[in-house]
Design a protein around this ligand. Sequence first.
Ligand SMILES: [Zn+2]
Length: 270
Amino acid sequence: MNRRNFFNQAKLLSIPIISSTIAAPILMADHNIIIPNDSIGKILKDEKADIFLPGAYQKALKSLKYKLKMVQRHVGYGNFNILSFDDMLFIGRNYSKIGRFTKLELEFIESIFYYDPKVHGFFGDRITYSLTDKIYKKALHKVPRTGHYLYKGKTLHTYNQMKKDIGDSIILTSGVRSVVKQLKLFVDKLYSSKANLSLASRSIAPPAFTYHSIGDFDIGKKGFGYANFTSRFALTPEFKEMKKLKYIDMRYTVNNKDGVRYEPWHIKII
Ligand SMILES: [Zn+2]
């Protein structure tokens, strides 16, 4: 079977809502979508099944994760944030330590870019329509000491205004992200989520579905580290100050319609 159709098939199967009468693991006839035994408890509890990455792509997950890490190491953290798909391929091809992206890896990337993630419970809007879209540096401002970029115009203006109003204790924790950067974040999350697409997409949008590629950004408290990406950020004085600012909107509020977890640090611009 053509692997490109995996996700389309998943869409047709419309698996997510499963009645609580299910007592056995679900194994689709073509073995593409497997809901293992250990998630049955969860099905009964939530009355919905998490969707897992098709088996063939699970095989590509580890090697892809490694290659993306090596590409990032090669170009540097800052440059990787805005790296295009074509540049990623070029680097793989030309540096033997990284190596060409394999056919299976490329099919996986294509699928995860062009599919409809509603099949596993992610309801955000598609933001990027072409895998090969490029981000042009002249539209960006590199924010010193962060490794991140912001779009000039409304995004940068908002960030600067926040710094003025809240103070220097806030820091940009993530700005512009290319398809490749979002792909890396999603692949890493998918890997740590043991190929559970539903779980991964509750905290990281799939590659074509992030507002970071058109202007949203994440803010944190200096020195707060990883906690900036947890609900603990909402307890900081910085967040409390932020809430007072009339020009600031949060993208992912509690129980947002996109199916994404609460993200008090994510600033909605577009
Ligand atoms: Zn964000």
